[in-house]
Design a protein around this ligand. Sequence first.
Ligand code: BGC
Length: 511
Amino acid sequence: MPAIVMDKPGSGAQFEAKFTFYVFLCCIMAAFGGLMFGYDIGISGGVTSMDDFLIKFFPKVYLRKHEARENNYCKYDNQYLQLFTSSLYMAALIFTFFASYACKKYGRRPTMRAASLFFLAGVILNAAAMNLTMLIIGRILLGIGVGFANNAVPLFLSEIAPARIRGGLNILFQLLITVGILVANLVNYWTSGIHPSGWRISLGLAGVPAILLCVGSLFIAETPTSLIQRGHLEEGKATLRKIRGTPNVDAEYNEICRACEAANLVKHPFRKLANRRNRPPLVIAIVLQVFQQFTGINAIMFYAPVLFQTIGFKNDASLLSSVITGLVNVLCTMVSVLYVDKVGRRVLLLEAAVQMLISQVGIGTILLINLKSANTLHHTVAVVVVILVCTFVSCFAWSWGPLGWLIPSETFPLETRAAGYSFAVSSNMLFTFIIAQAFLSMLCHMRAGIFYFFSGWIVVMGLFVVFFLPETKGIPIDEIDRIWRQHWYWKRYMDNADAELKVQKEQAATV
Ligand code: BGC
């Protein structure tokens, strides 16, 4: 998930700032935060398809998997197996809210360090797990780490980056999530040949980005915004000089002070979110996240190896196919970095909706015709399914993946931006949890129909973009209100909001 775009209010000014070594170091930090999250998304699918892992924790699933007469679609349908994947997202969802409190009260740096320590504790429990309880508690600790990191790292980045590279960093973070997924796929491919404890290596290696994040957080300073907001004015100014590589930081310093004062005046940003004026960005932030998950992307990211085994691939081939989809995911996210500000958000989202629809209907139809309860797909047909999965992943990666995060980061007014964004984060975690917990059962009960289920959602989200999503390309972040005022539907919220604002001002004047 990317960084929040926190441009300075009103001005759109470019302050004097060099791309210093310090800022470079911060980008590396982003890399560890993104890698940590992505690695988790990618690792569980491969691990849950490994026989050694199943024998140890899910012997029933293992027996079912190797039972010749077992229904293809139901081999992996097990609530606990799904809980192994999903528990992380439930914990992250809950701890997102604690994390935003910790960020404000203690700063970004300690919150990141806490994230890496929770994460490390989770990794140790996972890699050393002797029973299911250790495994699930480990996943919950990882989830707490993810919840903390996903709040603190984006905030940290958006405050540390010079304005001109802030947008790029925004998608870079998503790019590193996809790199984390790919690395996890590769690690699984390697460890699946190591018996009987390859899965321990897979789960244990998640500690590497966490250790780096922890060590990194010892060497970097707190962000100037966080220092100033908590009253450490001199330290904030000194840090600003250091990160911008120039003594001339007065203009930016004053802007940060102004923004902090304004933000501190809003005592209840979450309450303020309920105002009519915030309705359009709030609805869009939540709906985009729900839609992002109902594209079915995480059915693929979490369960691709399981899915590929379902259609008849052997363990190796299915893990290799996941590596291929992981690679497509990384490469196509780069396409987004290059084109999002040229062709705009709506074009990418709509093109992707059509391409995703074709891929999902294609996969569903092939499985419907060819994969009965007890056979496997002919090799050529299975390869076509892998190609269709890649077409699906490719367009997700240049559209709904990064834009599901970018758009909520650029459509809220400053005073509710952080609070609004945390709604996007928690909606993402909630719906990721739902898909992780339900997909294998849905596959068992709906069989190939599950792909038509996702297709139905893709039609709905395409229509939503056509009718309800205004283009935000090239609009300065502090003039974003303009897009709602000009929109056929959302403008009604602005008219009333203006009227409310006027009454409030009049009342304030008479007091
Ligand atoms: C989504 C994740 C998904 C990832 C895949 C992100 O934007 O939020 O749920 O696994 O993209 O690259």
